[in-house]
Ligand binder design. Structure first.
Ligand SMILES: [Zn+2]
Ligand SMILES: [Zn+2]
Length: 405
């Protein structure tokens, strides 16, 4: 989905250009810039221009101010000849990249906020309708992003960072909001650079707890003694599962636990939990649980503690990722670089708002669910003309749910 009219695209591009001219210096300059491939999408043709190289930050900023691209990316890989065709670049190594996208996470809110539009009639439809009732044209899907989607993605990023730091001991970690509905985490410790696809796949499996054998962790014994209970401060997945299991027990949310574990027999678990009485905050009542309740709890804890990343991105050693602090053409928001220590307090709808909120413009809106932008409450708008701050108008124009009147 993109702009409804060419004039909408041209309007947004002028604002992107203004941003890059005024704030070009804030754009993140990746280290070893001369060895990276860059690529961008143009507003007009929506084609990817690839195999670009820069000798320094100045050239990059000049390109951004001149072209004001819809999206801009750089390789996580280092090449001898970044401008050469793919097979002749001379791969030197690649950073380890993780992509978290709310689109891949099972956010239950999606059903309520995704919809379709007819771009000629400016009408909205439920997602399961294929064609416009008025003109018969095929409809385009709009993937809305709500605060709950953003919160889910942020929580996944937090889990991923913890595993990468505590278990795998990585130190050079870069974190960025994607500018839409996800996060990117890039590891550039020296010893990851020459890892191959298979090794990267194993790291993905580890952070996702894929193929993790709870039996081998000693968490699936039928008869247990109290001493066999996992300690909360144990390293690796045993301790992580223990901490998460305790949290789930304290929450007492049997329905959530069963859903996480993919388990339907709610009643037996509920009865077993009732017998436990008050849960102590520093110890799991391991031996007081039945073997089947323990099994369900461990599976639920594993699922809740795993970091859900896009495995394809991490395995790809030629991947292009969005340039930090550049603008995302799907929203007009900034792909904000974040200090990993600040993730808990990071609010994308505040910090990533890069376009003006103190200038207004009129737009004709098909449907907007309402949002909070840099502290401003933008109410839901349904089929009407509204006067909006530029940052909000651009977000709706980029999503293809509004057009200039
Ligand atoms: Zn129509
Ligand atoms: Zn949502």
């Amino acid at each position: 989905m993109s702009f409804i009219k060419n004039e909408d695209a041209a309007f947004v591009q002028r604002l992107f250009k203004r941003y890059y001219i005024e704030y070009g210096e804030e754009v993140y300059v990746p280290e070893r810039i001369q060895e990276r491939e860059f690529g961008y999408f143009t507003f007009a043709e929506k084609v990817m221009v690839r195999h670009i190289g820069f000798t320094g930050p100045g050239e990059l900023m000049q390109m951004l101010a001149e072209k004001a691209p819809l999206h801009v990316y750089h390789s996580t890989a280092f090449y001898k000849y970044p401008r050469a065709p793919m097979g002749q670049k001379g791969w030197i190594g690649s950073e380890l990249a993780f992509d978290i996208d709310a689109d891949h996470l099972k956010t239950p809110c999606r059903k309520s906020h995704d919809f379709k539009v007819c771009r000629s009639c400016l009408l909205d439809y439920p997602v399961d309708v294929e064609r416009c009732a008025r003109c018969g044209a095929p409809l385009e899907k709009v993937e809305w992003v709500c605060e709950s989607c953003l919160e889910t993605a942020r929580s996944e990023a937090g889990k991923l960072l913890e595993i990468l730091e505590s278990d795998l001991g990585f130190e050079k970690i870069r974190l960025a909001f994607s500018g839409n509905r996800g996060y990117h985490v890039i590891v550039s410790d020296e010893h990851v650079l020459d890892l191959g696809q298979q090794e990267r796949r194993e790291i993905v499996d580890y952070v996702m707890a894929a193929g993790l054998e709870v039996k081998l962790l000693g968490l699936e014994e039928r008869r247990v003694r109290a001493e066999a209970a996992p300690d909360l401060d144990e390293p690796g997945w045993r301790g992580r599962i223990a901490r998460q299991a305790l949290q789930l027990l304290v929450s007492g949310n049997v329905a959530e636990i069963c859903e996480l574990a993919g388990e339907r027999r709610l009643q037996a678990l509920a009865r077993d939990f009732e017998k436990l009485g008050e849960i102590e905050a520093d110890r799991i009542p391991w031996s007081s649980l039945s073997a089947s309740s323990r099994r369900i709890l461990v599976r639920a804890a594993m699922e809740a503690a795993a970091a859900h990343v896009d495995a394809v991105v991490t395995q790809d050693v030629h991947r292009l990722i969005r340039l930090g602090n550049s603008l995302n053409g799907k929203t007009g928001l900034r792909a904000q670089i974040i200090d990993p220590n600040d993730l808990d307090d990071f609010d994308p709808m505040w910090s990533a708002v890069a376009l003006p909120i103190d200038e207004d413009v009129h737009v004709r809106v098909i449907r907007s669910d309402g949002m909070r932008l840099h502290g401003l409450e933008i109410p839901p708008i349904y089929r009407g003309v509204a006067r909006l701050p530029l940052a909000a108008a651009v977000l709706l124009l980029c999503r293809g749910v509004a057009t200039l009147p």
